[in-house]
Design a protein around this ligand. Structure first.
Ligand SMILES: C[S@@+](CC[C@H](N)C(=O)[O-])C[C@H]1O[C@@H](n2cnc3c(N)ncnc32)[C@H](O)[C@@H]1O
Length: 290
């Protein structure tokens, strides 16, 4: 194997008695091509990544050095929002698309700590994510989790997947989670159409949760540098402005505090302990389907 996958997560799986070979590259994986899931894992300090992912991650960081902070703040937002939805909003079903590699505070763990019967369907197009998720993301007995390998650019295939209907009752309110995922959907793949197709399958009282990288705080030179670094990193990527991001929520009721930085959405830390929104450059919105 040209580049062995580091085995941090898989070792944890084995400790729980799950039979996973940490040196095996799962079928369908090209270890010479960077993938957003493994790159994000690297920024978060994880070990489930190949050399090509680390190289791609560092290329992006050369233009936007605080990307590590951005990844951590995005992840912290994910945990806060699931806590809010499972707690105050009473949501019991989550469709998490672009789920990423298992990390601290996965969606079902946060939701099931509040309501053990919560159900979560994880979707990702990286087979490595699916191998790790199946090994590590075990549900509370009263709830349920499922994992679907599918591409967000084909929302119909996600909605038709039997794993979805077998786990979630889509006649009941569901949170559609697109956290740090839509910026991988470039304009040629109809990003707004993708989101509205998914939302069309959800009943009133459902939620859309989205975070998205923005270039709004960059200087024109910094913006150009970031776009160039992303192109060089081998992962198609589209920064979007606040206005472009807000369009995803057309027709929905955006919850307070509105479209904002992930840092400022129901923060737990006092203002002087929070990072600068420019350094994070990640927008978020949480909205209810009327
Ligand atoms: C930056 S990670 C975010 C993980 C997690 N949602 C979080 O916020 O902590 C983005 C995830 O989106 C997935 N992804 C990117 N493009 C995708 C696509 N077209 N279809 C499905 N998943 C995709 C990647 O594999 C990766 O796991």
């Amino acid at each position: 194997m040209a580049s062995a996958l580091h085995n941090g997560g898989l070792v944890a799986g084995n400790e729980r008695g799950v039979a996973v070979d940490p040196e095996r590259v799962p079928p369908g994986i090209d270890p010479t091509k960077a993938h957003p899931s493994r790159r994000y894992n690297y920024w978060l300090g994880g070990k489930d990544n190949f050399a090509v992912d680390r190289e791609s991650a560092e290329t992006v960081a050369s233009a936007f050095p605080t990307v590590y902070l951005s990844a951590r703040e995005n992840r912290a937002f994910l945990q806060r929002v699931v806590g809010y939805l499972a707690g105050e909003a009473g949501i019991r079903q989550f469709l998490d698309i672009g789920a990423g590699l298992p990390s601290a505070g996965n969606v079902h763990e946060v939701a099931q700590a509040i309501e053990p019967a919560s159900r979560v369907v994880y979707v990702d197009n990286d087979p490595v994510v699916l191998v790790h998720a199946r090994a590590l993301l075990t549900s509370e007995p009263r709830g349920r989790t499922a994992y679907i390998e599918a591409d967000l650019r084909e929302p119909g295939r996600i909605l038709e997947n039997p794993g979805l209907a077998g786990t979630l009752d889509l006649s009941r309110p569901t949170a559609l989670m697109l956290v740090a995922t839509m910026h991988f959907i470039t304009d040629d793949h109809d990003p707004y159409g993708v989101v509205s197709r998914l939302l069309s399958a959800l009943p009133p009282g459902s939620f859309l949760v989205m975070t998205h990288a923005t270039g709004d705080h960059l200087t024109p030179e910094g913006y150009a540098e970031s776009v160039e670094a992303n192109e060089r990193s081998g992962v198609p990527f589209r920064l979007r402005s606040r206005e472009e991001f807000t369009r995803f929520f057309d027709g929905l009721e955006i919850l307070p505090p509105g479209v904002t930085s992930v840092v400022e959405w129901r923060p737990e830390d006092p203002p002087d302990k929070r990072p600068a929104i420019e350094d994070v450059s990640m927008l978020c919105g949480v909205a209810r389907v009327p």
